[in-house]
Design a protein around this ligand. Structure first.
Ligand SMILES: [Zn+2]
Ligand SMILES: [Zn+2]
Length: 163
């Protein structure tokens, strides 16, 4: 590759340290035009971002300066970071929302709880057998009341001695 020399001082330098004016297409060492190598990298990586030498800039240019463009980009970046942060906050906020929903569903379910007193406990030895008897009695009672629903019973209070 042919060495690129600076229009200003005639010294050739590495490609990433040299920038061309988008108006006159002349090449300049970054040190001669007072911009940093990283600013050149930004200018070259962003499409639509152009740099103008001071000769071209002098001729009635009222476009934004490089420094102003970089400042603007930094502000945009800060805004984006703020947006990302608030997105994260919303996502973690949704978790609490989920909790709220499940709590409400739980409450909804408990509305259908009925406590029955004096349901005779089965003499069955196994606890699953007693549990089945409880459910059956509850189901029978509800059937008598013409309530059609599935019963899942839990006996409150101390279980009988044994299993
Ligand atoms: Zn130079
Ligand atoms: Zn120029």
């Amino acid at each position: 590759m042919a060495p690129i020399s600076c229009h200003c001082c005639g010294v050739s330098t590495e490609e990433h340290k040299i920038i061309s004016c988008f108006m006159c297409k002349k090449m300049f060492n970054h040190t001669c035009v007072d911009i940093t190598a990283s600013e050149i990298r930004i200018l070259k990586s962003k499409r639509g971002m152009n740099w103008m030498c001071c000769d071209c800039g002098k001729e009635g240019s009222d476009g934004p300066t490089l420094k102003a463009i970089i400042l603007e980009l930094k502000q945009d970046l800060a805004k984006l970071q703020e947006q990302i942060l608030s997105c994260k906050r919303t996502i973690s906020g949704d978790d609490t929302y989920e909790d709220m929903i499940s709590e409400m569903r739980d409450r909804e379910k408990r509305k259908f709880n009925v406590i029955l007193f004096g349901v005779a406990e089965s003499d069955a030895v196994s606890s699953t057998e007693r549990q089945r008897s409880d459910s059956e009695q509850c189901q029978n009672l509800l059937r008598e009341l013409s309530v059609d629903c599935q019963v899942s019973s839990v006996r409150l209070g101390k279980p009988r001695q044994g299993q």
